[in-house]
Write a protein that binds this ligand. Structure first.
Ligand code: 13P
Length: 250
């Protein structure tokens, strides 16, 4: 049985006061024996600060790590996996579509980042997903299969790696794929993981859905076969809506 994971990506939101209030709200609501895992990924400016708050029952992660295998050096603006770990975080996202779109990150870069995270002992959430043009031209399955194949390092296990399927056109738009489309993609991703890492690992690895997940659609999406949790943007910025989504896991 794969335990569901409810993950919040705060993106570039979180001045100190806001982050403090949001983290405090979420950590106060969390209880030790929740029937799901929970993760929050604050921006780098408040990551250390959030990770230092008592957060029993909730994992804290970064939104990205540096591509270089070096843990320090002349890489202006970058933050290495070792630095993320040093801040007290135990997880990180990599390959979010906003990184791919605005920073030109390729599958090869995402794979290197994932490996850097794993080598540092972090658990990594590798984000994949097709664009609207790819969906409309019938290429969605092919694209996410290639992303899975090209981004998942051989060192990945079901314990240190999670995949998040986030169709680019569903992020922040209020649009969600049909449950049949989600099921089709998640099955394809699991099949592709099996090719890279074997069926045993593929059966255990969690595959999240992300893109306009809200309390209103959470139950439907979380009940789709092979959907092992959600990666949430906007609705993770309020403890109430974040937990309302988590409540859909029963
Ligand atoms: P929204 O939930 O705001 O659509 O964002 C999804 C996302 O990109 C999470 O990483």
């Amino acid at each position: 049985m794969r335990k569901k994971l409810i993950a919040g990506n705060w993106k570039m939101n979180g001045l100190k006061a806001d982050a403090k209030a949001l983290a405090a709200d979420i950590f106060a609501k969390a209880t030790p024996n929740m029937p799901f895992d929970m993760l929050v990924c604050p921006p780098m400016n408040v990551l250390g600060f959030v990770a230092e708050l008592p957060h029993s029952g909730v994992f804290v992660g970064a939104q990205d790590v540096a591509e270089t295998i070096k843990s320090n050096g002349a890489f202006t603006g970058d933050v290495s996996a070792a630095m993320v770990k040093d801040l007290g975080a135990t997880w990180t996202l990599v390959g979010h579509s906003e990184r791919r779109q605005y920073h030109g990150e390729t599958n090869a870069i995402v794979k290197q980042k994932a490996l850097n995270a794993i080598n540092e002992g972090l658990t990594v959430v590798i984000c994949i997903g097709e664009t609207l043009a790819e969906r409309e031209t019938g290429k969605a399955v092919e694209v996410v299969r290639a992303q899975t194949r090209e981004c998942v390092p051989n060192e990945a296990t079901a314990e240190n790696c999670v995949i998040a399927y986030e169709p680019v056109w569903a992020i922040g738009t209020g649009k969600v794929p049909t449950t049949a489309d989600v099921a089709e993609i998640h099955a394809a991703v699991r099949d592709e993981i099996a090719k890279v890492l074997g069926t045993e690992t593929a059966d255990k690895m969690r595959i999240l859905y992300g893109g306009s997940v809200k309390p209103e659609n959470a139950k439907e999406l979380l009940n789709v076969e092979n959907v092992d949790g959600a990666l949430i943007g906007g609705a993770s910025l309020k403890a109430d809506s974040f937990f309302a989504i988590a409540e859909a896991v029963k």
